[in-house]
Design a protein around this ligand. Structure first.
Ligand code: AHR
Length: 517
């Protein structure tokens, strides 16, 4: 059976194994659809573990090469990802963060305990000005989460004035005195974080009260940069926050206060506390985790359906600003630092989620994987002066052509991959017309046991070639280490297009992205 696939329909396409037969994929190049917003590829850098201190910030006097205290190797690697935005300072940490502790000369910085993450003392050497410098060095945009849980509306409003107002205002003057005369740009503002949990254990109604006050009084002063406001939304399947935020917006929002997005947090974790191993796992564990991650699709469907009732024109984005795999911590790592390794399984997991987001591009216009460096499903791991890129990093780099590309209709039969009790779609494919007018195709072979030959019909293209990379690994639990940083690394691939067809054989458990030339 041939059909236009969604991930849900993949799950139902149980057919005979295709054996050596090619899997046919049709890409309708003539009908580019919704834009896949580049902000779907956003990142998250919380003050947690070594995500900032050690991973990004080493200080001006460090022997590790740095620019104004920010490590050069990490910045250079991140620039390759075209990171659209970085969410900071949390996470749970945001609701205990008081920004005035982290501005001004070193002598004025106030160290504070990080109650959420290991109880360690944060020096606050890395504060607002350092974060803005980091975002600038990476070539990204700032997504700031303000403290709703233990802060005040006034504190948040003052922070925005510090960041975005000119030097004629009180806090703008303070920023200028700290060496930054020009106002910064804040592209997105998170109005709290997980207010149903670490952000204050608020009922939906209690948060609704705070939402209106923060949305109304926390102003962006920099007119050169429109700022989106993002309300706290649901975590997982619970819908109370979804209903309340959308209802509050529908009934109350006007020129006086408004929001542009509502967050959704959903980790691939299985159960709590996280206990699935990040390394040394069997193929059945690979399948179990991927099966779990595919729940992102029905989760988005269910929250989107509620949003559609209040907002059929899809004005409010669903912002999945925390997602990714959350495993048992690395043995011997500091409790609360959320350190975990990153394997080929995570590369496949990242690709499947990015594909899900692309299929909901009309509502999901922004996401942030958790997290950027050294924490959870990171792009980069560091150890003192050493740095390694994770398999997830490679997927984000390979997917760069999809940033702001127009999604193309794709049809194919996914087939089935079975391991023990687990049954998954064998392959997944997305395609898009890039900002440069090329056709980008991403093929994920979920099947860890079989390569897949994929024959892509590119309507309206007769001949030419497509170039790109394949990310595969010797085993599903292969990882990159500081001693062997290229165990999982992409390899170049080229495919000829003849009579409008492109054929590629992709390895088991792999991710491939090619772009027409
Ligand atoms: O990303 C780690 C934590 O997970 C965040 O701080 C919190 O928002 C979520 O529970």
């Amino acid at each position: 059976m041939r059909r236009v696939c969604t991930l849900l329909s993949f799950m139902m396409l149980v057919g005979p194994a295709l054996g050596r037969d090619a899997i046919e994929v049709t890409v309708d190049t003539a009908h580019p659809g919704t834009k896949l917003d580049r902000h779907v590829f956003g990142q998250f850098a919380e003050d947690l573990g070594t995500g900032l201190y050690g991973g990004i910030w080493v200080g001006r006097d460090s022997a590790i090469p740095n620019t104004r205290g920010i490590r050069n190797d990490v910045v250079a690697a991140l620039r390759e990802l075209h990171v659209p935005d970085v969410r900071w300072p949390g996470g749970c940490y945001a609701d205990e963060y008081h920004w005035q502790d982290g501005v001004g000369p070193a002598s004025k910085r106030r160290p504070q305990p990080n109650f959420n993450w290991g109880g360690v003392i944060e020096s606050n050497e890395f504060g607002t000005d350092e974060f803005m410098d980091f975002v600038d060095q990476v070539g990204s945009e700032a997504y700031i989460s303000v403290n709703v849980g233990s802060g005040t509306v006034q504190e948040a409003a003052d922070w925005l004035q510090y960041m975005t107002a000119d030097a004629a205002t009180g806090w703008g003057k303070e920023r200028a005195a700290n060496g930054h005369a020009a106002p910064y740009k804040v592209a997105m503002l998170g109005l709290g974080n997980e207010s149903w949990d670490c952000g204050g254990h608020m009922s939906a109604a209690e948060y609704g009260f705070e939402l209106k006050r923060f949305a109304k009084f926390v102003h962006n002063w920099n007119k050169q940069q429109p700022m989106q406001k993002i309300a706290v939304g649901p975590g997982g399947e619970k819908t109370e926050y979804t209903e309340m935020v959308m209802k509050t917006w529908k009934e109350n929002a006007d020129w006086d206060w408004n929001i542009d997005g509502m967050s959704l947090h959903s980790y691939t974790v299985g159960h709590w506390p996280p206990s699935w191993p990040a390394t040394d796992f069997a193929e059945s564990d690979y399948a179990r985790v991927l099966k779990e991650t595919l729940k992102m699709d029905p989760l988005i469907e269910s929250h989107s359906a509620i949003m559609d009732r209040y907002d059929p024109q899809k004005k409010i984005s669903l912002v999945v600003d925390e997602w990714g795999a959350w495993y048992a911590p690395t043995k011997g790592s500091t409790p609360g630092f959320l350190q975990q390794q990153n394997s080929q399984r995570d590369a496949v997991l990242a690709a499947l989620n990015l594909n899900i987001f692309s299929r909901h591009a009309d509502r999901v216009r922004h996401t942030n994987i958790a997290q950027m460096v050294n924490v959870l499903q990171a792009m980069i791991l560091t150890d003192g002066p050493r740095m390694t890129l994770t398999p997830t990093y490679h997927v984000f780099r390979m997917y760069v052509p999809f940033q702001d590309a127009a999604i193309l209709p794709v049809s194919f039969s996914a087939g089935t991959y079975r391991v023990g009790e687990f049954e998954l779609p064998r392959i997944d494919v997305i395609a898009a017309k890039t900002a440069q007018g090329k056709i980008a195709i991403a093929i994920t072979n979920v099947d860890a046991g079989r390569p897949a030959t994929v024959e892509v019909e590119l309507k309206e293209l007769s001949s030419g070639r497509a170039e790109g990379e394949t990310l595969a690994a010797p085993k599903v639990d292969s990882i990159n280490t500081f001693d062997n940083p290229k165990a999982v690394a992409p390899k170049a691939v080229t495919a000829a297009i003849r009579k409008g067809r492109l054929t590629l054989t992709v390895p088991p458990a792999s991710v491939t992205v090619v772009t027409t030339q």
